[in-house]
Design a protein around this ligand. Structure first.
Ligand code: 13P
Length: 253
């Protein structure tokens, strides 16, 4: 059975003490309710990682990860953070390919493929993000775009590695806009992503991968989204910054 996951991407929010306090609050609320098959993953800014990793040690099903990593092992790359540093801070996951990284930092498919390789080599679980813009959806190209994103960044991997990552479908037009994809539209894309993985790697591998939905998930719409067969949880932005909202979304899993 693939995992069901509620993950919080805090983006560039929360000072250190605020972040530790939010993680503590989330642990208190959800302790005893996570398991091997039902997980919480927090993606705070880099400087919170070591502290939050320590804070989440102990109970089953709590993890933390970074929002990005560099694609090289180490070197003279001022201001960058490597996958091995992330792992050494006690984190287990890393987001790769978020649309904000693609848009504001020019990250392309080849770079993302290299980041995926680096993350997996360090034993991190990548959460690979894909999703189309509004213009791409309005011109009916959403399947072509998302299909290409996953092929170019992931399909060089051997079968045993593809099972070690999660995918997050995050339509760009739904991120931070308050306009979530409908459960039907999200589910249609999740089924497409799974079928693409199945065509490349076989049904068994495709069924093992958790596919999360992200984009304006809130306590009020989470249950409808999570009830769909191919939606295995959510990658939450804004609503992950309040422990009560994050708990309510977890309750919908
Ligand atoms: P929002 O939940 O704020 O729309 O952000 C989604 C997201 O980008 C998660 O990675």
């Amino acid at each position: 059975m693939r995992k069901r996951i509620v993950a919080g991407n805090w983006k560039m929010h929360k000072k250190l003490e605020e972040g530790l306090s939010l993680a503590r609050d989330i642990r208190v609320r959800l302790e005893g309710r996570c398991s091997e098959g039902k997980e919480v993953i927090l993606f705070p800014p880099f400087i919170h990682l070591a502290g939050i990793a320590r804070l989440l040690e102990g109970p089953t099903g709590f993890h933390c990860g970074a929002q990005n990593c560099h694609h090289k092992t180490e070197g003279a790359y001022t201001g960058e953070i490597s996958a091995s540093m992330i792992a050494s801070a006690g984190a287990s996951h890393v987001i790769v390919g978020h649309s904000e990284r693609r848009k504001y930092f020019g990250e392309d498919d080849a770079l993302l493929a290299a980041k995926i390789d680096r993350a997996l080599e360090e034993g991190l679980t990548p959460v690979f993000c894909c999703g189309e813009t509004l213009e791409e959806r309005e011109s009916g190209r959403q399947f072509e775009i998302v299909g290409r994103q996953i092929r170019k960044a992931l399909f060089h991997l051997p079968e045993e590695k593809i099972r070690k990552l999660h995918i997050a479908y995050e339509p760009v037009w739904a991120i931070g806009t308050g306009k979530s994809a409908s459960p039907e539209a999200a589910s249609e894309m999740h089924a497409f992503i799974r079928s693409e993985v199945a065509a490349q790697y076989g049904r068994e591998s495709a069924e093992a991968i958790s596919i999360l939905y992200g984009g304006s998930v809130k306590p009020g719409n989470a249950a409808g989204l999570f009830a769909m067969p191919d939606i295995d949880g959510g990658l939450i932005g804004g609503a992950s910054l309040q422990a009560a909202d994050f708990e309510a979304i977890f309750n919908a899993l």
